[in-house]
Design a protein. Structure first.
Length: 135
């Protein structure tokens, strides 16, 4: 089983969060980003500028549903990108692309948590991400 271990990121003097580096790819564009692993989020969320940086055209992407709660935005789009975390297998991730740069890049239950086993060790400030290797 392959795994990658990351430390929680210090956000300010009082807060640490499970933020990890990752690489996103779309067509010939590759960008390195940081994403918050959010077990409370139902979906993966991509801020507007990151979608533009990957070469997506807002008007050309299929419409998504409205997000509610802290991420309340009335209009969204849907997109799929290739994602790579450390030396784990490259995966396809679907994102809800929001017309705002307010939210962080979020990795949520559908479909990030379906690709990997994720262990949060808050007391040790570590995140362990592992994949099962098919034989």
């Amino acid at each position: 089983m392959k795994e990658a271990v990351f430390s929680y990121r210090q956000i300010d003097q009082f807060s640490t969060m499970p933020i990890i580096p990752m690489r996103l790819e779309h067509d010939l564009t590759v960008i390195d980003v940081e994403a918050l692993i959010d077990s409370g989020s139902a979906v993966n969320v991509m801020p507007y500028q990151i979608g533009l940086d990957l070469g997506f055209d807002w008007a050309a992407c299929p419409a998504g549903g409205a997000l509610t709660g802290n991420l309340s935005v009335p209009e969204t789009r849907l997109l799929v990108v290739q994602a790579l975390i450390a030396d784990l297998k490259k995966i396809q991730l679907g994102f809800v692309w929001v017309n705002s740069d307010r939210p962080r890049l979020l990795l949520g239950q559908n479909n990030f948590f379906k690709h990997y086993n994720i262990c949060f060790s808050r007391t040790n400030l570590k995140i362990q991400i592992s994949e099962e290797i098919s034989e």
